[in-house]
Design a protein around this ligand. Structure first.
Ligand code: GLA
Length: 733
């Protein structure tokens, strides 16, 4: 890690362990992007115009930043934070309308500052350094002299990490209010278009499937307008060489630390230069910035890998585990849990819950989670959200007594909430109909028969914080599942004036982050798991509050191969909630063996989502050994390096491997989706082992050298549908 400034040619070389991101200031004070890729220890000393990938002043390129002797056009150069109004007709990172009606901005370099450490982002989640020496930051201040508006571009790199963290702060240094139409977190550039745009697309129960398409001279983007990053697209994209594999080829990852409306875009211009834009979606966005005020954009965390997708993902995994997840649960061993949702749905009482807990305890499970239905009059999903008071009909002795009884069995107790919502049939809605997001008298569409609270309002936020904290204080609750089961429509706030209504999508997110900050810091020992109808909104912006996330409502083992494989592009396994549920599966009706369900779920944050009492004795014994096995391997799964070895998106098998940091232990899972009888075997070559060491297969005592496992590999038959095999390896002492 090291940020170098060369005053001779005004260049900045921002170095991570293996990459360089280079910027330069032209003589006329224009900040341009010169390079992003494999590390260059020292950039050249000469004229930076020589490093530009395009010709200057081609036809129809107005000379907007040159002088009479030197004709330069922003049409032709990679502007680091492009604006609208002059000769750059690409998508601007910044676009604003000023008091006089003009929408022209032209940023010029004013100053820079390099310092140790990293500043937190006001109101937004972001990566952090525990000690100043761990990180180094470059801040570059740009100014539009016509209006006094400033953009402070910030770049941080971390010791031992391969991530570049960027954000932009807009400061209104002028004397009148400005309407910001777009303030993206970044533009970055690649100087040829021989890349594929890779993103994670999905739906409820089908989250984060990998999609790839070649770049062409056009603009490709994914986005969200739902006020949630959502199930449908993730605020993540990668630009990968077409021949990039898991182990080889250049891949650039961009992950936005934000959970609301976003855009991720690659725009190829006529010179084949790719502009990579990422940030808050300009659609449906407006921010009135008064004189003297600041607007903070979310952070983009980018990773360059010269060694394929696998290396990119491992960089993200390590970085998110260490510098994005936080609090005691970042490093602490996470409990194996059981959740009653699919066992009982809303139909439970204390006895049923205690019976589930008792059986779970017998199986070695460590945490009993009571899901939806414990509050108000919630016997179905048509009421009571917002009324966070225990339903004494279901739980006559209250939550405290139930939690204590679970604790007395030697387990921890956890609870489900959906604090961002309100049911029309609730005391909260009857008392405060104005507290939901709505637009005047226009009818509000219901989603799962509920409305969304207006978290831009301080009174609403205070209510939510108090309601959740009161429950957490009232009983020994060690875990919270924080759910969010609809997206936002008919957007409007009763409190905001007309000219600020378009600020609501972002104000909602700021409100949510404020609530999460207050609640999680008031209960630092509670483990919070995020959820949004499964894995909607499972993004980098959630990890600082939720060190784990319910990856999908779809717990079918085959669907989970795709979902967990895709999610692992950017999210570490320690963050991925993965449970064994009943068969036929409640979402997709498929029956898979218990072993398969267990083996696939063990690649994440393991748990169960069924009534163990309904299992046969033999199955229950299998559950016991699954729990035992998971406890043996969880350290490797949670903190080891993940290697994806067979992609379900590319064939009939799925295989992944976790290797402990010291390479002494590894766990391999191989799965067959559809049986292919009379077929050859599939060879799986392992990665990341110690080549010279001898590994023992813990299950059958067979031994292999690391070199053998990595080069010759292990072969598997695939003549049975939905079959998995799990192999644990340990270096022979
Ligand atoms: C969502 C969650 C489920 C469950 C239900 C309860 O769908 O994803 O896991 O908690 O809500 O209503």
């Amino acid at each position: 890690m090291n940020i170098e400034f060369n005053s001779k040619n005004m260049t900045f070389n921002i170095k991570t362990e293996n990459s360089s991101y280079v910027l330069g200031v032209l003589k006329n004070k224009y900040l341009i992007n010169l390079y992003y890729g494999k590390k260059i220890e020292s950039f050249h000393d000469g004229d930076i115009m020589d490093s530009l990938p395009t010709i200057c002043c081609a036809g129809f390129s107005a000379n907007d930043i040159g002088d009479d002797e030197c004709e330069i056009s922003t049409n032709d150069i990679p502007c680091e934070y492009p604006t609208y109004g002059s000769a750059d007709f690409g998508t601007p990172a910044f676009h604003a309308v000023y008091g006089n009606g003009s929408a022209i901005t032209k940023f010029e370099y004013v100053s820079h500052n390099i310092f140790s450490g990293k500043k937190p982002l006001k109101g937004l989640p972001s990566s952090y350094a525990e000690a100043e020496a761990e990180a180094q930051t470059l801040e570059i201040t740009l100014k539009d002299s016509g209006t006094g508006i400033l953009a402070v571009l910030s770049y941080t790199v971390f010791e031992g990490a391969d991530a570049l963290c960027r954000n932009v702060k807009i400061v209104n240094g002028g004397s009148e209010a400005v309407d910001i139409k777009s303030a993206l977190s970044q533009s970055a550039y690649l100087f040829d278009k021989n890349f594929e745009f890779v993103h994670l697309s999905g739906a409820w129960c089908r989250e984060r499937h990998i999609e790839k398409m070649p770049l062409t001279r056009a603009t490709i983007s994914v986005d969200s307008k739902r006020v949630s990053s959502s199930h449908f697209h993730s605020p993540f994209m990668a630009l990968a060489r077409p021949n990039a594999t898991e182990d080889e080829g250049e891949v650039y990852g961009f992950s936005l630390c934000y959970s609301g409306n976003f855009i991720a875009q690659a725009e190829v211009n006529t010179y084949d230069v790719v502009r990579i834009n990422m940030g808050i979606n300009p659609f449906g966005f407006n921010w009135k910035l008064e004189a003297g005020e600041e607007f903070q954009t979310p952070e983009v965390i980018s990773v360059y890998s010269a060694k394929g997708f696998g290396e990119m993902s491992r960089c993200y995994h390590k970085f998110y585990r260490k510098h994005l997840c936080r609090g005691v649960w970042r490093d602490k061993e996470r409990p194996v849990l059981i959740n009653n949702w699919e066992a009982t749905y809303f139909d439970f009482n204390e006895e049923k819950i205690l019976n589930i807990a008792k059986k779970a305890k017998e199986a070695g499970i460590e945490l009993m989670v009571l899901d939806d239905g414990w509050f108000g009059k919630r016997d179905s999903d048509n009421c009571s959200l917002g009324d966070w008071v225990c339903d004494r009909n279901k739980l006559p002795d209250g939550l405290e007594s139930l939690a204590q009884k679970v604790e007395a069995m030697g387990m921890k107790f956890g609870l489900w909430f959906e604090p961002e919502m309100v049911s029309p049939d609730s005391d909260l809605y009857r008392a405060h109909p104005d507290w939901c997001i709505h637009s005047g008298n226009r009818k509000c569409s219901l989603g799962r028969r509920q409305l969304v609270l207006d978290l831009s309002r301080k009174d609403v936020r205070d209510y939510v914080v108090k309601a959740v904290c009161d429950i957490l204080k009232s009983a020994p609750v060690s875990y919270v599942k924080w759910d969010m089961n609809r997206n936002i429509t008919e957007i409007g706030s009763a409190e905001l004036p007309a000219e600020k209504q378009q600020e609501l999508p972002h104000r909602y997110m700021l409100g949510l982050y404020d609530i999460l900050e207050r609640i999680t810091s008031a209960f630092p020992d509670v483990l919070f798991e995020g959820c949004s109808g499964g894995g909607g909104r499972f993004d980098a912006g959630m990890l600082p509050y939720f060190p784990q996330y319910w990856t999908s409502d779809d717990s079918d083992a085959v669907e989970r191969m795709y979902i967990q494989y895709g999610t692992s592009m950017v999210m570490p396994s320690i963050t991925m909630g993965a449970h064994v549920s009943a068969v036929p599966n409640h979402q997709i009706n498929r029956t898979t063996p218990l072993k398969t369900r267990g083996d696939i779920a063990m690649a994440g944050q393991f748990g169960y989502e069924l009534d163990l009492a309904t299992l046969s004795e033999e199955e229950f014994e299998e559950v016991k050994s699954q729990v035992k096995k998971y406890k043996e391997i969880r350290e490797i799964v949670h903190k080891g390096d993940m290697y994806r070895l067979k992609s379900p998106f590319e064939g009939n098998n799925c295989a992944w491997l976790f290797v402990s940091e010291d390479k002494a232990e590894a766990v391999l899972t191989f799965a067959t989706i559809k049986a292919t009888p009379n077929d050859g075997k599939t060879i799986v070559k392992l990665c990341g082992l110690n080549g010279g060491a001898i590994y023992t297969n813990v299950e059958n005592g067979k031994t292999y050298s690391g070199d053998y496992l990595m080069n010759a590999g292990i072969s598997f038959k695939h003549n049975v549908d939905f079959k998995t095999e799990m192999i644990s390896l340990k270096i022979k002492k």
